[in-house]
Design a protein around this ligand. Structure first.
Ligand code: NDP
Ligand code: AOF
Length: 232
């Protein structure tokens, strides 16, 4: 084994549910449910298998998620294995405009916020001990973020979105697996957020991602890809 001074970065799983026309939400105030009950249960199993779950600041503000493991059996199995009941809950925010009253901070799971050097101080004061605030550069550097999570013992990170976070991980070649759940819905609103934004993706448009699996989960089709180009 090669000698390394650094703990390994976590395995990074990107998880997202999309409509047939490629949207991950609509533009109404209500969160759009794309997954059906079976697929939400599959996502819950992926959460339970993860050490941490990461989202972007817009998803926190728009969806007001709790990011918990829902199944009592899965929580009990984690505890029995000596792990915390819930994965670590992580938010990435540049500006630090995060409301301390959101349920996210007041429900289970250790909370971490990665933010810019400039925003860290004010945000720490605002959140008042509800979360650990970690400054990670002039803008958030996702490679440094993964190094920091590795040092904290995180071996499997689940990234649940939204668009800008998923795009950054894929464009920077930092994702080990992409799980795309295609739901039988048509959003039809050009202003609705898409799965991914424009970016220079590794290998360019000619790179075919390796297909790991495709299967039905209720009325949803789960497609699993390995995004990284093979190292020659
Ligand atoms: N269907 C699905 O599976 C899912 C759907 N969604 C949907 O996705 C939509 C949100 O997507 P999107 O608008 O792209 O927002 P994101 O959730 O990706 O959050 C973007 C925010 O993350 C922070 N951020 C991202 N990259 C950086 C960086 N490099 N440095 C510093 N901060 C950074 C900023 O936070 P800040 O603004 O605080 O500075 C930025 O505004 C919502 O409508 C949500 O419902 C989300 C998850 C899953
Ligand atoms: N709408 C949607 C997802 N949305 C994701 O789930 C998060 C909310 O989780 P919770 O706190 O448990 O309610 C939300 O912030 C977003 O990351 N995920 C999916 O697999 N399928 C879906 O259709």
């Amino acid at each position: 084994m090669p000698h390394s001074h650094h703990p390994p970065r976590p395995f990074v799983l990107l998880s997202v549910a999309a409509s047939i026309d490629g949207h991950i939400d609509d533009t109404t105030a209500e969160r759009l449910l794309l997954s059906g009950p079976e697929d939400f249960d599959r996502v819950d199993a992926e959460r339970a298998a993860s050490d941490a779950i990461l989202i972007g600041g817009v998803t926190l503000r728009r969806d007001e998620p709790r990011l918990l493991v829902r199944s009592a059996e899965r929580r009990a199995a984690r505890v029995a294995a000596g792990r915390p009941e819930h994965p670590i809950k992580i938010v990435v925010s540049g500006g630090g405009d995060l409301d301390p009253a959101l349920p996210f901070w007041h429900t289970g799971g250790e909370k971490l916020v990665y933010t810019t050097d400039a925003a860290a101080g004010p945000l720490r004061a605002r959140l008042g001990g509800r979360a650990e605030v970690v400054p990670i550069g002039a803008t958030v550097d996702f490679g440094a973020l993964l190094d920091d999570l590795g040092a904290r013992g995180v071996r499997r990170l689940m990234v649940e979105g939204g668009t800008s976070i998923l795009t950054a991980f894929l464009a920077q070649g930092l994702a080990d697996e992409l799980q795309l759940a295609v739901a039988p819905l048509l959003v039809g609103d050009p202003a609705a957020p898409r799965v991914l934004g424009p970016a220079r993706y590794p290998g360019g448009p000619a790179h075919r991602l390796r297909l790991l699996e495709a299967r039905t989960v209720g009325d949803v089709v789960l497609i699993r890809y390995a995004p990284k180009p093979e190292v020659p």
